[in-house]
Design a protein around this ligand. Structure first.
Ligand code: AMP
Ligand code: ZN
Length: 460
């Protein structure tokens, strides 16, 4: 398999460093809130990658962290700890918050058929490993002390900025990183923070009580479970310029070698062509999809149809179309299952090769989906094609074997009429009438979703 390496900016052949197993690490969620479907795109990417590697015959060991301490409101060591902020606002301890949102996260990834990584590790349970790194980086002269913590000195690491082509010279203090007058360079970053008394999560260190910087967590846990040097590291593109740049600096400085061979990043999910945003209510959750009558796997289907390195635009019409396609695909699979006709062996071989070749070329799953559809639509229905499609489903994870209702929903005349009247009421800004009509429609067993490009009527 060849994949695009953000570090070298080249497509490279993946050959396990130990000639046996691909060792991969993925940045996990910060469990201070529910993970939205944008986050899920990043975790789906990790899952597609691991399943594809397995499909292509690689052995894989995967690790993902759960960040339950140290991730500050700003990625650049400023502001409160996200966990503590939520805890304060809800009158719970950070440990309670972590436990609630970790469970919710595991539940969501289960619904999306994302396999759990081989190791899922919590930051708060690896403080010793982090302190071991902090201590050595400090002793080796890579870090210095300020009044509020221990900072990595990027001037000691000449490769700093290589991953993101960072223009360090041109970087003005206060532009990317808020001004901290004690820092030697604006891009120097905290590997350990000194804890004020009221800080709930704190541990003993040689500099007194404190807590880890967010970036050191991933360096320490990846090293613990995958060794000094490993093959692959994944995350979202937002992590390239700070988090991953910092991970590289710490890990490489600690072992005085290159820790990670290949970095892979997935592009962002947008909503209605804009940034997902909690404040305007577009940071949708998996449960929001379910509330509107969609399967979480319809979102998985949607993500399979865009290359990981491309932005994906979420709309309610888009998820509706994805659900319909998924239903149709499952029904085609069922038709093959129930047939005893013979399939052409050469054709099956061709489909298999096409599917493999697409995965081998930087995880081109959208191209592989073309083959899936061609095989599913082939005029000869055959049990062997059913077996082939179920084999592809080991990568797709769409549960193609389950029965899905393909029938187009017939919207009765009466409901369509009421919906038209509601549309007119909304045009007239008669919100009262519009709400009344919505209630009437609801009482007749249908509900309406308003989307930027119109209303969607569904039964349920
Ligand atoms: P966080 O919990 O904020 O650390 O984010 C978890 C993962 O989701 C990271 O890999 C982020 O890069 C990724 N992520 C955050 N927002 C989006 C988005 N809108 N689309 C895709 N990935 C995202
Ligand atoms: Zn990370």
């Amino acid at each position: 398999m060849k994949v695009y390496n953000t570090l070298t900016k080249n497509k490279e052949e993946l050959i396990p460093l130990d000639n046996k197993t691909i060792r991969m690490y993925s940045c996990g969620p910060t469990v201070y809130s529910y993970a939205h479907i944008g986050n899920m795109k990043a975790f789906l990417f990790m899952d597609f990658l691991k399943r594809s590697l397995n499909y292509l015959g690689y052995k894989v060991k995967s690790v993902m962290n759960i960040t339950d301490v140290g991730h500050l409101v700003s990625d650049s060591d400023e502001g409160e700890d996200k966990m503590l902020k939520t805890a304060k606002n809800s009158n719970m301890t950070p440990w309670d918050i972590a436990s609630i949102y970790t469970d919710a996260f595991l539940n969501d990834i289960g619904k999306l058929n994302i396999h759990r990584p081989n190791v899922l590790c919590k930051a708060s349970e690896h403080i010793n490993e982090m302190l071991d790194m902090v201590n050595r980086l400090y002793d080796d002269g890579y870090a210095y002390e300020t009044s509020d913590g221990i900072y990595f000195d990027i001037s000691k690491f000449p490769d700093y900025g290589k991953l993101s082509n960072l223009d360090l010279e041109g970087q003005i203090a206060g532009a990317r990183v808020a001004i901290n007058t004690e820092k030697k360079h604006p891009a120097d970053f905290a590997i350990w923070k000194k804890a004020p008394k009221e800080h709930i999560m704190q541990w003993e260190s040689r500099w007194g009580m404190g807590y880890p910087g967010w970036h050191i967590e991933c360096s320490a846990m990846s090293r613990k479970y995958l060794g000094d040097q490993f093959d692959l590291h994944t995350g979202g593109v937002d992590h390239i310029p700070i988090h991953h740049e910092n991970e590289i600096a710490q890990s490489n400085a600690y072992i005085k070698k290159q820790a990670v061979k290949c970095w892979m990043h997935c592009e962002f999910l947008q909503v209605d062509n804009g940034k997902m945003s909690k404040s305007i209510g577009t940071a949708y959750l998996v449960s929001d999809l379910e509330k509107k009558g969609f399967e979480p796997l319809a979102f998985r289907y949607m993500c399979l149809n865009a290359h990981y390195s491309k932005k994906l635009n979420f709309t309610w019409e888009g998820i509706e179309a994805a659900q319909k396609s998924l239903n149709r695909l499952s029904n085609l699979v069922a038709a093959h299952k129930d047939s005893d006709a013979e399939a052409d062996s050469d054709l099956i071989e061709t489909y298999k090769n096409e599917f493999r070749n697409a995965l081998e070329d930087d995880l081109n799953i959208p191209l592989a989906m073309g083959t899936v559809w061609n095989a599913a639509r082939s005029s000869v229905k055959s049990f062997r094609i059913y077996q082939l499609l179920m084999d592809f489903d080991k990568v797709l994870g769409l549960n193609l074997d389950i029965k899905r209702n393909e029938a187009e929903e017939e919207i009765p005349e009466e409901i369509s009429l009421l919906a038209q009247q509601r549309l007119q009421a909304r045009k007239n800004k008669d919100w009262k009438k519009s709400d009344e009509l919505r209630d009437t429609i609801k009482s007749l067993g249908y509900f309406i979703n308003d989307t930027p490009s119109g209303q969607i009527i569904k039964k349920g």
